[in-house]
Design a protein around this ligand. Structure first.
Ligand SMILES: *[C@@H]1O[C@H](CO)[C@@H](O)[C@H](O)[C@H]1NC(C)=O
Ligand SMILES: *[C@@H]1O[C@H](CO)[C@@H](O)[C@H](O)[C@H]1NC(C)=O
Length: 356
């Protein structure tokens, strides 16, 4: 097969193809592995079992072949090619040109996103500086679209309570294929974490000055229509995003807080190394230990991919909570999960010896 088929295949979705290949390989390995074990056992009465095993293996083989045919679509591709041969021409691709072109396109794409982002950051800084703090501001002075205004966050079976008279703007939304959502391009939307009081002066001031970002969002989109969500996250917890769309967690308690999102953490803090040491000696009683565990988990949540971390516990002696993490490890989602599980399973015993 030539280059053409190869690039066609990948256009069809390399993820899907690769994924099925690897699962197919894994299955083949399992089958051959099982066969090896069986040959070693080879006793008289085992023979018919082996036969059955071979039968299974052959069936699996046929199944795999079918799956491969199906996911790679080689047959369809062949028949399409044969049917419409006249419309195809064979050309030789220059791999280097291909790669260069793709690289150019990607860098163009990223550059326009970067420009939009830089503009947004610049304007936000400027607007923030110009904003004059208003002490006596009330909810009636501020108009914004509260993205959670339309969703009712109720426990099952609870009566619908006419919620506080919402000061939220009423918007009309139209479905948009770009966002796979219904959106309103004339407005931005605001999300405020569930545990923050919307009517506090801090929040109201924040809402007041960030309103002006709407203009920047709209200008950015006019310049690059391929831009997707534009989001501004504030240190007070206010998220303002564009285009406006209702918040997406209906019927569930909304735990979103922009300040815990990886992109926010990475932007707001510099990379750090952290070692967390937990006292798990007998003197730490049940509740204290529970609080400590929760604190460690919370601390881990403030770290992200740029940070390195380890957690150690000590009583008579000190050791790593996760035995195979002997040095600082990257605070990525996977490692943090491993730490959290290990931390939750820690038990207090022995006595503290601060010397070790
Ligand atoms: C911000 O506050 C000023 C002064 O109270 C007010 O005139 C203006 O309309 C407010 N802007 C928004 C978007 O709420
Ligand atoms: C957004 O909502 C407002 C208020 O309902 C409406 O007047 C406007 O046409 C909507 N804009 C878009 C682009 O849908």
């Amino acid at each position: 097969m030539s280059w053409h088929t190869v690039s066609l295949l990948f256009l069809n979705g390399p993820d899907c193809v690769e994924g099925s290949f690897s699962s197919v390989c894994a299955a083949i390995l399992t089958v051959t592995g099982a066969l090896c074990c069986i040959t070693e056992l080879c006793g008289g009465e085992q023979r018919h079992r082996i036969k059955r095993m071979i039968h299974w293996a052959q069936r699996i083989e046929k199944e795999l072949e079918k799956v491969l045919q199906h996911v790679t679509g080689t047959e369809q591709m062949k028949s399409i090619y044969n049917e419409k041969k006249s419309q195809f021409e064979i050309k030789r691709n220059n791999p280097k040109d291909l790669v260069d072109r793709v690289a150019r396109d990607i860098s163009k794409l990223l550059n326009s996103k970067r420009k939009a982002l830089e503009k947004l950051a610049r304007e936000a800084e400027q607007l923030q500086k110009e904003h004059v703090w208003q002490d006596g501001v009330t909810e009636n002075d501020i108009s914004y679209y509260d993205s959670k205004a339309d969703s009712d966050y109720m426990e099952d079976g609870e009566e619908e309570i006419p919620t506080e008279i919402s000061s939220s703007l009423e918007l009309e939304f139209v479905p948009d294929p770009n966002f796979k959502n219904k959106v309103n391009y004339s407005s931005s939307a605001v999300q405020i974490p569930t545990d923050i009081y919307k009517g506090s002066p801090v929040i109201l001031n924040e809402l007041n000055w960030t309103q002006a970002l709407e203009r920047v969002f709209i200008e950015n989109r006019r310049e690059d229509s391929s831009l997707r969500w534009q989001v501004f996250g504030s240190a007070t917890g206010v998220t303002r995003y564009y285009p406006a769309t209702p918040w997406r967690a209906p019927n569930k308690i909304d735990l979103y807080d922009v300040r815990r999102r990886p992109w926010y953490i990475q932007g707001a803090s510099s990379p750090k190394d952290m070692v967390i040491i937990v006292d798990v000696s007998g003197s730490v009683s049940g509740l204290t230990l529970k609080l400590m565990k929760t604190s460690v988990v919370e601390m881990l949540d403030t770290l992200s991919d740029d940070d390195y971390v380890n957690v150690a516990r000590f009583n008579e002696k000190a050791d790593a909570v996760v035995p195979c993490f002997k040095t600082l490890v990257q605070a990525n989602v996977r490692n943090k999960k491993i730490f959290k599980e290990a931390v939750m399973h820690m038990q207090a015993k022995g006595t503290t010896d601060y010397k070790s």
